[in-house]
Unconditional design. Sequence first.
Length: 274
Amino acid sequence: MSRFRLRSPGGRFGLTVAGLLVLTALLAPVLSPHAPEAIDLASELAPPGPGHPLGAGENGIDLLTHILHGARVSLIVAVFAVALSSLVGTVLGGLAGYVGGLVDEVLMRLTDVLLAFPGTLLAIFITAVLGPSLANVVFALSFTGWTGYARLTRGQVLTLRERDYVQAARALGASDTRILFHHLLPNAAGPLVVQATSALPGAILAEASLSFLGLGAPPGTPSWGALVDQGTQYLLVAPHVALFPGLALALTVLGFHLLGDAVRDTLDPKHLER
């Protein structure tokens, strides 16, 4: 039965990773052995040991502390970017599918124009112009990410708007706004939830990529991408500086991908019939 798809090994692993990331983000100040801004020049690039469980980085920063606080940065950016892009895309796609005509043509051509540009390059351009900050990263990822939700929502609305319950609501005098937001969009929520869940690992990876290039988190802000960038300078003498944040990033992205696959299988109508 599809309702138990999240209990598959991949689904359990993804759910565990997502839960651990949320707990880590919430409890980072409690779990961290040091303050994020603390430096220990005597322990610069020190390997894992009693004072620094995962070792120290440049200027003696504690890697475990920055990885724990970096989880908070990654989660905040990913959640806000996915929420904003899904909200904008759902509303615009719903309007395009329901109203049709010139509105549909203009919105879909705008979507096509944005899809013609590689999303990562466009996000790099936006953050390079606006400057490195988490708010700018969220804006850049949302600006490049809403198009997928718009196209998906438009397709769902085009399919649903001729259903009997929509015709009945229209016959009873329901306004177009009520039909769209109370009948059509709620019934299109399943595919959108799958899309949003699958977009979370991409947003986490995009934030890390921008921070790796110096265009994401501001200097001094704990970030997995910034730690990996810092570690590339010391791969031969202190490989742990890049290894541990890289493993945290890879594990998180893998977990969310598996969780997204499990959610997709759970909500897939083909599986619901089994």
